[in-house]
Design a protein around this ligand. Structure first.
Ligand code: BGC
Length: 418
């Protein structure tokens, strides 16, 4: 059913009276950071669906993986008193903006459509402020993945994906000896933090991850386990090519596609790149969780900033309703590499990586080993995340010892909390 049905009647009357005015109905300006091939295809699905409802879509993409540039742009827009109507935002960021009174809630849409019955409770909680939905989730991304080129691995006789960091190092050493870059990586703080948190899960397990990266426990941050995690990060530094600095994540994915590197460690938005390039999972590329029993959760969502004008408010409600609809959750996530945020969407059309993600998600919920991503802003305030990113990047780009890294990190995290 056309969500703009009622307003459309008014539009026809208005456009008869004022020829040339195309839209008197819902409008959204959407600020997001989905600019890579797979990302652009996925957000393109949302634009298409919104326009099919008769709405007007104004696109405001801010390039920059992980969204740091988009968040800077958002702050500037809000300070200037001109917020976009809809913004890709997540985790504690949702709560921070809601606490400032900047967000409109969409509780009326949620009530009408019964969102509480459709979303995993842990996700619904992140979307609510003061008991009301101020955000709507579009997907569930998993951060702890290896993406590999099987043809490249076969060159060194490897047919199985590594299941421990030790195994990974052995394969990586073989690739290096054969003159192949083991790890495609982009040296940007959020990418460094992505591989770091995956290593922490593998070395320390989910409970340790939670203590160190979420609860910010000083003992965990200065523990031997954390020293060992930095040791493994140092190993990974030895597996990247000399031109890694500043490289965008999707260019690193392309290196794996083009057989220029064996692996990439990245969330499953990387799968969106492989698929957009026509690559076939299980044949042209393979996926496997990085070592460690658990699941590092990252979920994208949209928030609705306080705006004036009936057509904008209507646009927000229509967008919220569209995003949560089962059909859209399927179409979008098939392109994005993630799985639906709704629990009632079947995965029949999805590939084995998505099915594995879903099965492991359920297992992790049961085993209490589901952890929210620090690097992708699902867990800690931006100020604390900033300290992690700074230190991890400094470590990656210097010869800092693991012992010094844990001391400096623990002190910086403490300062950020004061
Ligand atoms: C987002 C993904 C996005 C990735 C790279 C992550 O933080 O959750 O949707 O594709 O950054 O830009």
């Amino acid at each position: 059913m056309n969500k703009f049905k009622n307003i459309l009647a008014a539009t026809i009357v208005a456009s008869l009276a004022l020829p040339g005015i195309a839209y008197a109905d819902g409008t959204v300006e959407v600020l997001h950071w989905w600019t890579s091939g797979g990302e652009a295809k996925a957000i393109g699905e949302l634009k298409k669906a919104f326009e099919a409802e008769g709405g007007k879509w104004v696109d405001s993409p801010i390039a920059g993986g992980g969204g740091d540039a988009a968040m800077t742009a958002l702050r500037a827009r809000v300070v200037a008193g001109n917020p976009p109507t809809a913004v890709q935002l997540k985790g504690p960021g949702i709560q921070e903006w809601a606490a400032l009174g900047a967000l409109d809630d969409v509780q009326d849409v949620a009530d009408e459509e019964g969102w509480d019955d459709e979303l995993p409770p842990a996700l619904a909680k992140i979307m609510k402020y003061d008991g009301k939905y101020v955000a709507v989730p579009v997907n569930i991304h998993r951060v702890d993945w290896f993406w590999a080129n099987p043809e490249v691995l076969a060159k060194v006789g490897v047919t199985e994906m590594p299941t421990t960091w030790g195994e990974f190092n052995t394969v990586a050493d073989k690739l290096k000896e054969a003159g192949i870059t083991p790890l495609a990586h982009g040296g940007q703080p959020w990418q460094d933090a992505t591989i770091f948190e995956d290593v922490v899960l593998g070395i320390g397990g989910a409970d340790f991850f939670r203590k160190a990266l979420i609860d910010l426990d000083q003992d965990a941050l200065t523990s031997d386990t954390m020293v060992k995690s930095f040791d493994q990060l140092r190993k990974l530094r030895g597996y990247v090519d000399p031109n890694f600095s500043g490289r965008d994540w999707n260019l690193a994915t392309a290196m794996v596609m083009r057989s220029e590197a064996g692996f990439q460690i990245m969330g499953d938005w990387a799968k969106g790149e492989f698929l957009t390039a026509g690559k076939v999972p299980g044949k042209d590329f393979v996926c496997a969780p990085t070592p460690g029993k658990g699941f590092v959760l990252n979920s994208d969502s949209f928030t609705f900033f306080k705006v004036t004008g009936e057509e904008k408010v209507e646009g927000q409600k229509v967008l919220a309703s569209l995003i949560i609809s089962p059909k859209f959750q399927e179409t979008f996530n098939l392109a994005k590499g993630s799985i639906p945020a709704r629990t009632d969407v079947t995965l029949d059309k999805f590939d084995d990586c998505a099915k594995k993600s879903h099965a492991d998600l359920l297992a992790a919920i049961k085993a209490d080993s589901l952890v929210p991503s620090m690097a992708h802003e699902m867990a800690v305030p931006r100020s604390v995340r900033g300290e992690f990113l700074d230190l991890v990047t400094n470590f990656f780009n210097s010869d800092m010892s693991s012992e010094d890294a844990v001391k400096t990190l623990a002190a910086a995290v403490k300062r950020a909390q004061q």
